[in-house]
Design a protein around this ligand. Sequence first.
Ligand SMILES: Cc1cc2nc3c(=O)[nH]c(=O)nc-3n(C[C@H](O)[C@H](O)[C@H](O)COP(=O)(O)O)c2cc1C
Length: 204
Amino acid sequence: MKAIGISGSPRAKGNTEYLVDFVLSKLSAKGVDTELITLSDKSIAPCKACYHCVKEKGCSTKDDFQAIFAKMCSADALVIGSPVHHAGIAGKLKGLLDRTGFVSRWIGSEMKRADENYQWKGTALSRKILAPITVARRTGHTFALAQLLLWGTVNDLIIVSADYWPMALAGTAGAVDAESDREGLTIMEHLADNIYFLLEKLQK
Ligand SMILES: Cc1cc2nc3c(=O)[nH]c(=O)nc-3n(C[C@H](O)[C@H](O)[C@H](O)COP(=O)(O)O)c2cc1C
């Protein structure tokens, strides 16, 4: 069982990274193989909508995307966290998710002619578990969480939930203080329990 955590913040060692790592540590304690990827030190361009991936099944832009995509494909569960930036997910993460979504779709499916209906045949991420997390100083979580959920539900992932929305409050004046959000951490703990519950079920 392998879980990859992606911290979508451009900031290293910030609140997003803390929360994603917190969830991974709970999984690791149960014997899951985990790896944390932070986008803070990665070069990820936005999708340039060249449609190269439709035929070539890979992305034409060469940067850190390829290595991260390979790791995502090798995982059973993806824990994806984003800080809320102007009521949405962070820009670099958006670039990663756009490119991952399109490449994984065209790996599984064919582009049809304009007069044909699409017949989707799954994606490279089909039936992997997605656990989304958002963190904000004050507000905008729901739009950011919706972006992550919509990305997961169009790409054939299985969404895992918790006993409250998987959100935390942190970062006033740039503080790295997610560990002070006690309620947030209990939600993250429950999220980790549910990821493990599902991972075990899906192994059978
Ligand atoms: C460019 C930018 C935009 C932000 N927009 C919001 C926002 O819309 N709502 C909010 O509550 N906090 C906002 N914040 C605060 C961050 O969401 C908050 O500090 C978060 O904890 C940062 O996570 P990080 O430490 O992983 O980067 C913003 C921060 C930045 C840098």
